[in-house]
Ligand binder design. Structure first.
Ligand code: RIB
Length: 295
């Protein structure tokens, strides 16, 4: 069983089911609304735990009902929430529109996620030191995210960064990173233009000092750039009802497999199967499959 530490966000997702994603200035009527546990950090932690990894979540929630519900979801999936701190800000929320085509758009209010600071990280030091993999995303203050990556590199822990939401990442945060997992939009933000995987991924890795890049391209699968070159891994065709949390499922399951010592090709195959199951159900954490369902 692999041990994973996730440093990241916890949000209560409020998802509206709509015929199509509203254009700027447009009002649409929702057919339904649901509240369910999400946040990129929490989602990745739950996905990894459901695949059998031992997972610790490092983050913050508010002293409110949403915070309690998010903790309960973590614990229900077997994630250790002892390093989830409580702060005086309201728990993070995400406003999500899910269209009939299964696409979404998301607005996040960070709330308590903004309290994930140096003190929260310092309390997690021993747990990070004992982890095989540390996974970080960017819905928490960026200086904490970079500090977590730096600390884990000093501790010799394998580091994975999901640069989401899309932004520029400083050179020091990329240097020596073991695994960068962007989607197409996030890779474009890093490059300053749309990526041509075959040419851009190896060049970006070489120039920044990232050891391995795994770029996800939705229904088209993913591209892996590592010492063996660039390889495309097509995804299985499925009918998506809600893609919320698909990328998080992919990364959480991938890390669970890597922490078990599985070869990267096998880890990608399992992660793609897990994500394919998630998109066929509504919600993020509640849609994630168990190890038995995936395997
Ligand atoms: O990646 C999906 C997640 O993004 C949602 O659960 C939402 O909370 C936002 O963080």
């Amino acid at each position: 069983m692999g041990t994973i530490a996730v440093v990241g966000s916890l949000n209560m997702d409020v998802s509206y089911r709509v015929a199509h994603i509203p254009a700027p200035g447009e009002t649409v009527l929702a057919r339904g609304v649901t509240k369910s546990p999400g946040g990129k950090g929490g989602n990745q932690a739950v996905a990894a735990a459901k695949m059998g990894a031992q997972v610790a979540m490092i983050g913050c929630v508010g002293r409110d009902g949403d915070g309690e519900a998010l903790r309960a979801s973590l614990r229900g999936a077997g994630v250790d929430d002892a390093l989830v701190a409580a702060c005086d800000e309201p728990t993070g929320t995400a406003f999500i529109c899910v269209s009939d085509a299964g696409e979404n758009n998301i607005v996040v209010h960070a709330g308590a996620n903004g309290c994930v600071d140096a003190a929260v990280l310092a309390r997690a030091r021993a747990r990070l030191a004992g982890a095989q993999i540390c996974v970080v995303q960017l819905e928490i203050p960026h200086e904490t995210a970079w500090a977590a990556l730096r600390l884990c590199r000093e501790l010799g822990v394998f580091t994975a960064l999901n640069p989401s939401p899309a932004c520029q990442v400083p050179a020091q945060a990329l240097q020596g990173l073991d695994l960068l997992v962007p989607n197409e939009t996030e890779m474009a933000a890093l490059l300053g233009r749309e990526a041509d995987p075959a040419a851009d991924l190896p060049r970006f890795a070489r120039e920044t000092g990232v050891r391995r890049i795994l770029m996800t391209v939705g229904a088209q699968g993913c591209y892996l750039a590592d010492a063996q070159g660039v390889r495309h891994f097509p995804a299985q065709p499925v009918r998506a009802v809600d893609t919320t949390g698909a990328g998080d499922t992919f990364l959480g399951a991938l890390c669970a497999m890597l922490a078990e010592g599985r070869p990267v090709e096998e880890a990608i195959d399992v992660a793609q199967r897990a994500a394919a199951l998630t998109v066929q159900r509504m919600g993020a954490q509640q849609a994630m499959p168990s190890r038995a369902q995936v395997l």
